[in-house]
Design a binder for this molecule. Structure first.
Ligand SMILES: [Zn+2]
Length: 192
């Protein structure tokens, strides 16, 4: 598994240094992968337009099995997608990729801090409610709370997912790793 994490780290290093090789992005690659997919990693990340996995890991078509939801929340649908990729496509490395300045985490923090409640729609409330149990609130400091809550959300999601996959998959050799993307520097820091 180490080599897959290394591959992702090296791709991110190329991206940061401005020497991306944009692998597997040709029409030939489309034709090659149309016969079947064999991605090397699963990435659950935020829908935020600033966090595109293939670009920040310098990867291409057929390389990453990506699930994107605001706040990279571990919903049942996200878990089902991850189960498909691991149990049926044989992917052994899952990355839970949060990011700095996440609007979904910030919305959850502000909702939690708000005394008079908020007027979120039922849909947004579902998302915020999913993030809420993972919040770490630091007094009235929104920014600090967002940083700590983002880290905690990544760590708890990784741990929860590992437990779920252990129950779902016999002889589970799947590695679940948390990571955080810095939307300003382009760097992905792998946690724990
Ligand atoms: Zn986000």
């Amino acid at each position: 598994m180490e080599n897959i994490l290394e591959k992702l780290k090296k791709g991110n290093e190329r991206f940061i240094k401005g020497v991306s090789i944009n692998p597997n992005q040709s029409l030939d690659r489309c034709k090659e992968t149309s016969k079947g997919q064999n991605p090397f990693a699963v990435v659950l990340t935020c829908s935020d337009s600033r966090t595109p996995p293939e670009i920040i890991f310098d990867a291409g078509i057929g390389d990453l099995f990506v699930i994107r939801l605001a706040g990279n929340v571990l919903t049942n649908e996200a878990i089902a997608s991850i189960e498909y990729a691991t149990a049926h496509l044989g992917v052994e490395q899952v990355i839970i990729l949060g990011h700095t300045n996440c609007g979904a985490v910030k919305a959850a923090v502000e909702t939690n801090m708000s005394q008079q409640g908020t007027n979120l729609s039922e849909y947004l409330k579902t998302l915020v409610d999913k993030i809420d149990p993972n919040l770490i609130i630091e007094g009235k400091d929104v920014d600090k709370s967002v940083v700590k809550s983002t880290d905690n959300l990544i760590a708890t999601s990784a741990s929860e997912l590992k437990n779920i996959l252990n129950k779902l998959i016999v002889n589970n050799s799947i590695n679940v790793t948390g990571a955080k993307y810095n939307i300003e520097t382009g760097e992905v820091v792998f946690l724990g």
